[in-house]
Design a protein around this ligand. Structure first.
Ligand SMILES: *Cc1c(COP(=O)(O)O)cnc(C)c1O
Length: 400
């Protein structure tokens, strides 16, 4: 295993710090390393693998479509795009969609839509549009998106940054309202912050955001790339507060754990800012992506994965609370998406992740103190029981 890791390191940019295992196979909630050891995947590629690894229905659709028609570009119509986007609009309650590939591209699309809407509809003077974002946000890694970040490490050395973003504390409705002015075109936030450490805002925050945006004629755009498609126990996290955004960004699980598929969705009048030539992507909405995306949405609904996430997530949270491990100072999250705050006096979260890996459980830290738990939504109670016991055992080795 070490030889393989060293070999890779000779050629790959060192922009990540992976745990020291080499995986070669996956099935549902499990993955196997090259030595044949099995691991429970409680990370599921940051929610991209919400359906479990190699879901048979999704693999079948992928293979069938690959053998039929995979890529045509948007220079032509293909018979797969309409049905896919119709279903996506139906599950999200949005009017129209613009398909892209990675999450960051869909966020970029949202920024462009918001700015164009700001100038063309709201009447903001040219070059003055502002987008309000939250401290601790994570929306991706392009040069414009890192300009929205409050994390210096994401920005260092990549200047000059893109102007036009205002950062406010997350979860503080008064602070949000205070910064919105006549040149604000949009508020763009995650409904629950993922990379920041699974930060759930105070109850009523999204409702307040909705009211503020309505009062000030500002677009409310939610990045549900990680929180969406069942992760939090609802199809979308905004459903917890019974609000509807004006724009919605989806990705990760939309690709069924097989390929990158993302989209920006919005109200009709917002999407209408795009005319031929104003935006595009060679691969966005390709037949392979559309077929897999459509099947992913069908699996999500037919296997009741959002409901499963709510039920299994509550079960997991109860199990973790019951072990009362001295190393865990807080458990937070919604559905099968939990952040365990690890007491830094016990161990850095990274060391806990390494030890869990040695015990056959894959999870990853975010920042120094948070262990992120986000298994495939297909996970069974017995596997959750095993995970709780393993986390308990590993933490006891640090506190003994
Ligand atoms: C992962 C993520 C992104 C970026 O998606 P990529 O596919 O990595 O570009 C954007 N926003 C949120 C909330 C994410 O979790």
């Amino acid at each position: 295993m070490k030889a393989k890791i060293d070999f890779e390191a000779q050629y790959v940019a060192q922009n990540y710090r992976p745990l020291p295992i080499v995986l070669e196979r996956g099935q549902d909630v499990f993955v196997w390393d090259t030595a044949g050891k099995r691991y429970l995947d409680m990370m599921s590629a940051y929610s991209a693998v919400s359906f479990g690894h190699s879901h048979p229905r999704l693999v079948k659709v992928l293979c069938d479509q690959a053998g039929k028609l995979a890529i045509v570009s948007r220079a032509f119509h293909a018979d797969t795009l309409g049905p896919f986007l119709a279903r996506l609009c139906q599950v999200s309650g949005m009017d129209k969609a613009l398909p892209m590939n990675t999450g960051a591209e869909a966020v970029e699309t949202a920024i462009k839509a918001a700015r164009r809407w700001g100038y063309g509809v709201k009447g903001i003077p040219r070059g003055q549009a502002e987008i309000v974002v939250a401290a601790g946000n994570f929306h991706g890694r392009t040069t414009t998106i890192i300009s929205m970040s409050s994390n210096q490490a994401y920005q260092d050395g990549f200047w000059p940054l893109t102007p036009g973003f205002t950062v406010v504390p997350f979860g503080d409705a008064a602070a949000l309202e205070a910064v919105i002015g006549p040149n604000t075109c949009a508020v763009l936030m995650e409904p629950i912050q993922g990379e920041a450490g699974i930060i759930v805002p105070p109850e009523g925050y999204l409702k307040a955001m909705r009211a503020i945006c309505d009062r000030t004629n500002t677009l409310m755009i939610l990045d549900e790339i990680q929180s969406g498609l069942g992760r939090t126990g609802k199809m979308f996290a905004f459903e917890h507060e019974d609000v509807k955004p004006d724009g919605l960004i989806v990705g990760k699980a939309l690709g069924g754990g097989l390929i990158p598929v993302s989209a920006f969705l919005s109200r009709m009048d917002v999407m209408d800012v795009f005319v031929p030539g104003s935006h595009g992507s060679t691969f966005g909405g390709n037949p392979l992506a559309a077929a897999v995306g459509l099947e992913a949405l069908s699996v999500l609904v037919e296997e009741s994965l959002p409901e499963r996430s709510a039920r299994q997530g509550a079960y997991l949270a109860r199990g973790l609370a019951a072990i009362n491990a001295p190393g865990i100072s807080q458990i937070r999250g919604k559905g099968l998406w939990l952040g365990l705050e690890i007491d830094p006096a016990v161990a850095p979260a990274h060391s806990v992740a390494v030890s869990l890996m040695e015990h056959g459980l894959l999870a990853k830290e975010t920042h120094d103190t948070v262990l992120r738990i986000a298994p495939p939504l297909t996970i069974e109670a017995a596997e959750l029981d095993w995970a709780v016991a393993t986390i308990s055992e590993v933490l006891s080795t640090f506190t003994r």
